[in-house]
Design a protein around this ligand. Structure first.
Ligand SMILES: C[S@@+](CC[C@H](N)C(=O)[O-])C[C@H]1O[C@@H](n2cnc3c(N)ncnc32)[C@H](O)[C@@H]1O
Length: 251
């Protein structure tokens, strides 16, 4: 990656390779960082996602950009032994950690983890009841296509529940949020990067902060759900705007 294509904002040259490289290198400490950076709030965001997914008993579910599997494990718990759960991610290393974690768990139904691209899923049209995705959209090269794929693989009546980080609207909250992101998150990221192969390259957590700037949220994002064909799209603001959760329902 040359200087001009240095990661910045939502789209840049070489993004797909950069994203894979980043998640390969941070996979071993990704969960720990998530908990620290979200100040433990991430579990609450995931519970909220499950609530919005509705009744999941015995349903067929797909978590896209599943990473280390946290959301997929919740899908399994909610779908129960008669359910079916898939977790897809473009970075094999993240899936390795998901699989290692699952070995130590006693889930009602094992998650089928597989490598795949959110922009061209291998699944047939109308094949899932529920699709989830947490914090992946910022990482893809075509947000609209990723949402269209969620819509395509959902059955009529199916639900897509998507979480994404965002910048709070309220000026006062945003002031403290920016301080937190600029100092605490950079600092934590650099501490974890130290001595790792990623050390010295463009720091992964610096990109995390820059990728939130200008990323579509709220109505701008629900419009994308409608454009993708969803019959209904809603958004819910959590943690004073640090996270937006979207619900799309297919007709
Ligand atoms: C911030 S992590 C989120 C992981 C997980 N959903 C969670 O809640 O912790 C984003 C994940 O999206 C994956 N990803 C990025 N681009 C992707 C794509 N085009 N298709 C599938 N997964 C992708 C990354 O490999 C990474 O594991």
């Amino acid at each position: 990656m040359n200087e001009e294509s240095k990661p910045n904002g939502t789209q840049f040259e070489g993004k797909e390779e950069y994203v894979k490289e980043v998640f390969t290198e941070i996979a071993s400490y990704y969960d720990e960082m998530n908990d620290l950076m979200s100040m433990g709030m991430i579990q609450g965001w995931h519970r909220f996602m499950m609530k919005k997914a509705g009744d999941m008993k015995a349903k067929k579910c797909l978590d896209i950009g599943t990473g280390t599997g946290e959301i997929a494990f919740l899908l399994s718990e909610n779908a129960g032994k008669d359910g079916e759960v898939f977790g897809v991610d473009i970075t094999p290393k993240m899936l390795e950690y998901a699989a290692m974690k699952m070995e130590k768990m006693d889930l009602p139904v094992p998650v089928i983890f597989e490598t795949g691209d959110a922009l061209s899923l291998r699944f047939e049209d109308d094949s899932f009841d529920i699709v989830t995705s947490g914090y992946m959209l910022r990482n893809v090269t075509d947000i609209q296509k990723a949402i269209a794929e969620m819509h395509r693989v959902l059955r009529p009546g199916g639900r897509a529940v998507v979480a994404e980080l965002s910048k709070p609207d309220n000026r006062m909250v945003r002031y403290f949020y920016e301080l937190y992101m600029k100092h605490r998150v950079y600092w934590l990221g650099r501490r974890y990067d130290k001595g790792k192969p990623i050390d010295g390259k463009y720091p992964a957590y610096e990109w995390l902060v820059s990728s939130i700037q200008g990323f579509p949220k709220g109505k701008e994002m629900t419009d994308k759900f409608i454009e993708a064909g969803f019959f209904e799209a809603q958004h819910f603001v959590r943690s004073m705007g640090a996270v937006n959760i979207y619900l799309g329902i297919k007709k």
